[in-house]
Design a protein around this ligand. Structure first.
Ligand SMILES: [Zn+2]
Length: 295
């Protein structure tokens, strides 16, 4: 008898799939982002960028704000940018671009919106920031270019922090996936999302002893970060009973604190390294000759 793999059933079930909601909750995103800016090397990335920490941290919440069902076109585009249910690619290597990813999804008969598109959201946001930094190098005092860089860095930071949340890189995103591919929606996802906010983590502490380094290659670095995040999925489920309840009092255990701090620090270091990558790569960008910004 031929056994149908569960993946083959998944496209038809896509309407039932409810992917992750708001990783790290809004304050969690702002805390990680502030920590990432804080951990940047002071001798390389310009001071105006580091001083823009509050604007960057503010903007880091926006990709979740822009997931809104009232605005259906935007919502549909934004929704898959926050996760990557890697198992649905059935062991195939991560495609090098969004276009190639869509081609692979077509071949595998999976819906790209069910798989998620986080690696491409991160890579593209980093390169957009790289381009803005190239402008900032050419017109270092232009306030509009600075503002644009701070907003873009916040958007990037949102996506890069999302993949440090282990349930954002797996089909087991809200309870272990059922044999038919459906999520049991156990509620664990939002409990993990709430941790950084509920533990009231401090950016200055998360920024301590971070090793920040620019990445030579963007997509392999993103892939490595997602692989690392996947190694924490089992631990996430082991700790389920210790996560905060939906309502009521909660006393954090040392194990949960350790888990959440490690993930928040991973998100911080990865995000800061992407900022540094964008800054360093921006030195090599040749701006178009037709571009003449205000002095
Ligand atoms: Zn998100």
């Amino acid at each position: 008898m031929k056994i149908t793999p569960i993946f083959a059933l998944i496209p038809t079930l896509s309407v039932f799939w409810c992917a992750p909601a708001l990783a790290w909750w809004p304050q969690g995103h702002s805390i990680i982002t502030a920590a990432a800016v804080e951990s940047l090397p002071a001798d390389e990335v310009p001071a105006w960028f580091r001083e823009g920490r509050a604007q960057i941290a503010h903007s880091a919440q926006d990709p979740d704000v822009q997931k809104n069902r009232e605005l259906a076109v935007m919502n549909e585009e934004e929704f898959p940018q926050h996760f990557f249910d890697w198992e649905l690619l059935q062991g195939r290597p991560l495609p090098k671009s969004r276009a190639e990813f869509y081609k692979l999804c077509q071949e595998l008969k999976v819906n790209p919106s069910d798989v998620g598109e986080a690696p491409y959201a991160i890579a593209e946001a980093t390169q957009r920031l790289t381009m803005i930094f190239a402008e900032a190098r050419r017109w270092p005092d232009n306030p509009y270019i600075r503002t644009k860089a701070l907003v873009q860095a916040g958007i990037l930071s949102h996506y890069s922090a999302d993949i440090a949340m282990p349930l954002h890189v797996t089909i087991h995103h809200d309870g272990r996936a059922l044999p038919n591919g459906k999520s049991p929606r156990s509620g664990i996802h939002s409990k993990v999302d709430s941790l950084i906010e509920k533990l009231e983590m401090k950016p200055e502490i998360l920024a301590q002893n971070q090793k920040i380094a620019a990445f030579p290659l963007l997509l392999p670095a993103i892939e490595a970060q997602m692989k690392d995040s996947q190694t924490h999925i089992d631990r996430t489920y082991e700790l389920e009973a210790q996560f905060p309840p939906q309502q009521g009092e909660w006393k954090p255990t040392p194990a949960v604190e350790e888990f959440a701090t490690e993930r928040a620090r991973a998100a911080t270091g990865f995000t800061a390294s992407l900022f540094l990558t964008a800054w360093r790569d921006s030195a090599k960008i040749k701006l178009p000759v037709w571009l003449q910004r205000e002095k």
